[in-house]
Write a protein that binds this ligand. Structure first.
Ligand code: FMN
Length: 334
């Protein structure tokens, strides 16, 4: 499985633990052909010691797809980069932004911002071991360090390894005292710092991330950066990708929500035969009708039925009824 897909990082969906698994990515790809997708963070040791197929397999339709990895052992990271390439991933990305306690205890994620030399060695080894792009996702600072000079030095260390793409979450990480969730909201967004990094490093592809929720905001950021990465706004409202396709990629051929439901149910039917459970796929679709008439009914139907363990396709038929009805109501209210 080595179909190379052209990477376009103008818009990407952020890596999100417990969210952007292979089922979610398949679902998102039904709506958007043009965005870049990332896996959840996978820890190097898990890949090297665990069930690689289970952890890394994906559907060709998800491509272009990047594997995000967490680790700080350069040998392990290099091995995983090679494995990612062999699996057919289009990019390997190192997580330098996660502030969780568990991740810090294992000395990776955001705390690596304190160790630019180690990061540089890790990226160099990864680069040597594979032929796919090696990229990094980090924050603009940590704890009391939120200075352009520090970030620019860090970015330049990464640049010297041949890393050409850096994703910057435009808020610092507080390594002690905040939960990971607070760390996504409390530190103030500072987009200006990301724009400055791009200005000083025009040869780098700089992707901006954090708090972006509308196509107007996306368009504005694209005046200063090469790409925009969006996390929560897409997970909460996956059909936001339709606006993105229409407005940013000029693609007016996005399937209706009803078509998406049809296609995800076909996927579900196939997946159930291989042991996947209904809720593993359908939980990602809870937000499909976000802000629409019928959203409540959709959510209620899913929460009442998606724990079904078997392939009860009668239920899927009911789901189609809701989707068709919602489509009619939407057309009437459009
Ligand atoms: C539930 C959740 C899980 C996340 N998991 C990861 C992860 O595995 N790797 C990572 O680099 N960032 C992770 N993040 C951070 C996002 O990638 C992104 O940087 C952050 O949510 C800010 O973007 P947003 O405001 O568009 O959501 C996670 C965020 C959320 C909400």
């Amino acid at each position: 499985m080595d179909i190379k897909k052209k990477i376009n990082r103008k818009i990407s969906v952020a890596p999100m633990m417990d969210c952007t698994d292979r089922h979610d990515r398949y679902f998102l790809r039904l709506i958007s052909k043009n965005v870049m997708l990332y896996t959840e963070m996978v820890v190097t040791k898990a890949v090297l010691r665990g069930d690689k197929q289970k952890l890394l397999k994906f559907n060709e339709l998800e491509k272009p797809l990047a594997l995000q990895v967490g680790g700080s052992d350069k040998k392990e990271l290099a091995e995983v980069a090679k494995i990612a390439e062999d699996f057919g991933y289009d990019e390997i990305n190192i997580n330098l932004g996660c502030p969780s306690k568990k991740v810090q205890k294992n000395s990776f994620g955001a705390c690596l911002m304190k160790e630019p030399d180690l990061v540089s060695e890790c990226l160099s080894e990864m680069k040597k071991s594979c032929n796919i792009p090696v990229t990094a996702k980090t924050r603009i600072g940590f704890d009391h360090t939120e200075e352009f000079d520090y970030l620019n030095m860090f970015v330049n260390k990464m640049k010297q390894t041949g890393c050409k793409t850096i994703i910057l979450h435009a808020r610092k990480a507080i390594l002690k005292g905040l939960t990971p969730k607070q760390n996504l909201n409390i530190p103030k967004l500072n987009y200006g710092m990301v724009y400055e990094i791009k200005k000083f490093n025009p040869d780098l592809e700089i992707i901006i991330n954090g708090g972006i929720t509308t196509t107007d905001q996306i368009k504005n950021h694209l005046n200063y950066c090469d790409g925009v990465m969006i996390g929560r706004a897409i997970y909460q409202n996956p059909y936001f990708l339709k606006d993105i396709e229409n407005t940013i990629f000029n693609n007016l051929n996005v399937p209706s929500r009803e078509d998406i439901v049809k296609q995800i149910l076909e996927y579900l039917e196939k997946e159930l035969k291989t042991g996947t459970r209904v809720n593993q796929v359908m939980r990602h679709t809870v937000g499909l009708y976000y802000g629409q008439p019928g959203s409540k009914e959709w959510k209620k139907y899913l929460s009442d039925n998606m724990m079904a363990r078997d392939s009860d396709f009668q239920k899927a038929k009911h789901i189609m009824d809701i989707a068709q009805n919602n489509e009619k109501v939407n057309q009437l209210t459009a």
